[in-house]
Design a protein. Structure first.
Lengths: 592, 237
């Protein structure tokens, strides 16, 4: 093992910041991170072994106990559930003879649930040893089970099993006019770097991750920080359930994204950039590496780019299954080989980011847009959209509609128009911006997509009238409790309390005060949490409470107090042991 | 003329680089806290020191003081919410005060007293957490850990060791010991280490020193934590 570990370490130049990558390789080799490996790593990298354990236990894709040699993860995102995920994973569990959440006794296979895999337009979806599985159905599962039983290595499986399609349904400002390789850099250098920043300023481009900070301001502040090093980071940790547009951009527009990063580097004076790719998208890594290699060969990356005396390169850093790493300071921590725990701010990443150096972190789509603006000018971009939201937005549309996929719209488009285009009918409501965004009802379809009305990082999930609001809210609340990093009290404890309180009401054990309590708790978690995760974790509850108060009230019992547990249910074991089922062996939940 | 911030109507001087907590403490204004300790890198995780700065919620122990800040530290709303946060800390672990050696000297308890916390409000989680009694002199009772990170920082920053770490995610967070077996006995902790004495609750205790002071005669049995904290922490500024 020692030899293997050292070959892995040599591969990453013994850099402890690349711990996640090291652990990915070890996990793939042994199906877990053995204690022995932790000891070698601690010694070779000179970091406390406790720090390594903390990383392993933080990320969903690393394990201290062996997983199956075929490690299957099934997405339990709401859209996968709507497409029959439960039925399918139970079927898979039956044919492979292994319970969900467990490893089969022979160590061959394990099945687990995972958070959204970014394949919501082609679910039910999952991953096997990092390879994507889209549009799962029973015949496919039969085939997968047979391949596993025959112990065929995953790379040798029929390629169609791993087919992921782009599903670009509607193009607009950006997707219509992809720029030629190198065009943005050539235009940028020809115009002058400062003049190009002025164009981005004039475009009014705001960050596409959801928060909407003005891009040119971020780049300017970072460029003005004096430091021996600056960094550019592309946030490709697209973890918001229902979002998959970055997957498509990285699959089909990677050159333009890298070009945007290179342009940013020229502006802020960075020589090194990173693409932080979510662990669920590991299958895109080879293609991205190849694109980077081509850019180096074309003089668009590396030393003396376009003979301008400008040196810049991009490295890919992998995530490992943690939604919180979409938060920029958690992402930076993760890039440094640590658990993804959001930092205290100030200082902000623009002044102290990666390795405490000034760092620009932007979304994939932001870099894509910046590259286009460098070619076509700020006015071209600013002419589209609304007063406060310039340009277009690329949406990931999924859920109850005939044509799920990628849609690009000018900001200001109404929800009604979008629903028409993707052929959604009998709409109950739409979750705009994913679980951390808001749920709007079918009474609000004339609202507009824009920072000043409905902001979104790209997630757009449609629900029709056959759907149950509680099932949706419950799924989202469980998601947040699962993904909370646990750093601060209100989020660590509060997201679990929210989940339990919601479950209590939905299961019919809530009484008069319980909805009031749910709302008070929601406000507390929202107002006191350390970062955006906790601050938005109660949004699904708050936005549905506001719109459907009666639904919640109808679930309540008419009594004033109801214990949080099911008394009669708890007595079931005793009844079985006593072989009794008479009336006296049952207790009412409360004294009548 | 020195720069000032305003806390609850009172002008308080600060020097550049001070946090709101540091300025407040130096001026004799108590802001409730558990994960903060003067002389340690601020952590900002317990959220008890949340104050309102110009309309925005900020963690006083990490947020830099700046000219013109209007800070609300004492309001009905903040007291209410801090009480709720404290109740969260109580229900996520197993805090059985009457049976705990730290009772009366426990900062979690002291904060709860000062916020007039009379019950736990939220349903208990009753997590299953194990004790580590392996070390001959020092005991870890994980049931009482509130993840304040003080022992982690003490070991690293004060003792020059790395005895403790926090592992896991979300509600599964846990204190871990940096030794080959994961047990305290196999670590290089020493009874004189800061890390052995810094715990604000009864999660890390020194063995064979229990009940030397009878319950009823302990620190928070008679004094408010605000008074005790200011007395101990004011010098650090």
């Amino acid at each position: 093992m020692k030899k293997f570990i050292h070959s892995v370490l040599a591969e990453v130049d013994y850099q402890s910041v690349r711990l996640l990558e090291i652990l990915h390789t070890i996990q793939a080799q042994y199906q877990f991170i053995p204690t022995e490996a932790i000891d070698y790593l601690a010694e070779a990298l000179a970091i406390p072994r406790g720090n390594i354990i903390a990383v392993v236990e933080f990320y969903s894709f690393f394990h201290l106990t062996p997983q199956g040699r075929y490690d299957i993860l099934i997405s339990d995102s709401i859209t996968d559930l709507m497409l029959g995920k439960d039925n399918l994973s139970n079927y898979l569990s039956a044919i492979l003879k292994v319970s969900i959440g467990e490893v089969r006794a022979d160590g061959l296979v394990s099945i687990n649930n995972t958070s959204c895999t970014g394949l919501c337009d082609q679910g039910p979806a999952g991953l096997v040893n990092g390879y994507p599985l889209a549009r799962l159905d029973r015949p496919k599962l039969d085939e997968i089970a047979a391949l596993i039983t025959q112990k065929i290595p995953v790379p040798d499986w029929p390629a169609y099993l791993f087919e992921v399609v782009d599903n670009v349904r509607q193009t607009g400002l950006l997707l219509d006019s992809a720029i030629a390789k190198g065009a943005a850099l050539k235009a940028g250098f020809a115009r002058g770097i400062q003049a190009t920043l002025a164009e981005i300023d004039a475009s009014d481009l705001r960050g596409r991750g959801g928060a909407g900070f003005k891009t040119a301001v971020k780049w300017r502040i970072c460029s003005e920080e004096s430091s021996d090093q600056h960094f550019v980071v592309c946030n490709a940790d697209e973890g918001e359930p229902g979002t998959f547009k970055d997957r498509v951009l990285l699959n089909s527009y990677a050159d333009q994204v890298f070009e945007g990063m290179t342009l940013c580097a020229a502006i802020i004076g960075a020589n090194q950039g990173f693409l932080y790719l979510r662990g669920e998208y590991r299958y895109l890594k080879a293609h991205l590496q190849e694109t980077l290699q081509q850019r180096r060969a074309n003089g668009l990356l590396g030393d003396n780019i376009l003979d301008q005396g400008f040196n810049f390169d991009i490295e890919i850093r992998m995530g490992a299954g943690a939604y919180i790493c979409g938060e920029e300071s958690a992402l930076i921590e993760s890039m440094e080989g640590k658990p993804g725990i959001p930092r205290n701010r100030p200082p902000y990443p623009v002044t102290a980011g990666y390795l405490d150096k000034p760092t620009v972190v932007n979304n994939v789509e932001t870099f894509l847009a910046a590259a286009a603006i460098a070619v076509k000018g700020g006015a071209w971009f600013a002419a589209v959209g609304t007063e406060k939201s310039a340009g277009s937005k690329i949406l990931s549309i999924c859920g109850d509609c005939e044509l799920p996929g990628i849609y690009e719209y000018p900001f200001g488009v109404t929800i009604r128009q979008i629903l028409l285009d993707c052929r959604a009918s009998d709409v109950l409501g739409v979750q705009v911006g994913g679980p951390s965004g808001i749920f709007i009802s079918n009474q609000e379809l004339d609202r507009k997509l824009a920072f000043e009305d409905l902001a979104t990082g790209g997630s757009f999930i449609i629900f029709n009238n056959t759907r149950n609001i509680f099932e949706i809210v419950q799924n989202f609340s469980h998601f947040f409790a699962h993904e909370s990093c646990g750093f601060c009290t209100p989020c660590r404890v509060g997201t679990v309390l929210l989940k339990n309180q919601l479950d209590k009401i939905i299961s019919g054990h809530g009484s008069a005060g319980d909805v009031v309590e749910l709302e008070a708790l929601s406000q507390l978690v929202k107002n006191y949490s350390h970062c955006g995760l906790g601050q938005t974790a109660a949004n699904p509850i708050l936005s549905t409470l506001q719109r459907y108060p009666n639904l919640y009230q109808e679930r309540l019992k008419t009594i004033s107090y109801e214990p949080g547990f099911d008394l009669d249910g708890a007595l079931n074991a005793a009844r079985q042991l006593a072989h009794r089922d008479d009336a006296a062996a049952h207790l009412a939940q409360v004294e009548e | 003329m020195s720069k000032t911030i305003n806390i609850d109507g009172q002008n308080i001087p600060f020097t550049e680089g001070q946090t709101i907590m540091e300025a407040a403490t130096a001026a004799g204004v108590y802001i409730p806290h558990l994960c903060h300790k003067p002389g340690y890198t601020p952590h900002g995780s317990c959220k008890l020191c949340t104050v309102n700065v110009n309309g925005r919620s900020c963690t006083a122990c990490t947020f830099p003081a700046a000219e013109g800040q209007a800070v609300i530290n004492n309001s009905r709303e903040l007291t209410h919410d801090r009480q709720k946060i404290t109740q969260m800390l109580f229900v996520e672990g197993n805090h059985l005060c009457p049976a705990c050696e730290k009772s009366g000297n426990c900062q979690l308890q002291g904060v709860a007293y000062s916020l007039n916390m009379l019950d736990n409000h939220y349903p208990h989680f009753y997590p299953l957490r194990e004790m580590d009694a392996s070390h001959p002199e020092i005991l870890i009772d994980h049931n009482r850990c509130i993840f304040c990170n003080l022992c982690v920082r003490a070991s690293k920053e004060k003792d020059g060791k790395n005895v403790f770490g926090i592992s896991g995610r979300g509600i599964h967070k846990k204190l871990i010991v940096n030794s080959s077996s994961g047990m305290l006995k196999d670590s290089n902790i020493d009874i004189n280490d800061c890390a052995a004495h810094v715990c604000p609750t009864g999660a890390i205790l020194i063995k064979r020193t229990g009940y030397q002071v009878p319950i009823g005669q302990r620190i928070y049995d008679h004094k408010e934590i605000s008074e005790v904290a200011l007395l101990q922490e004011q010098d650090h500024g």
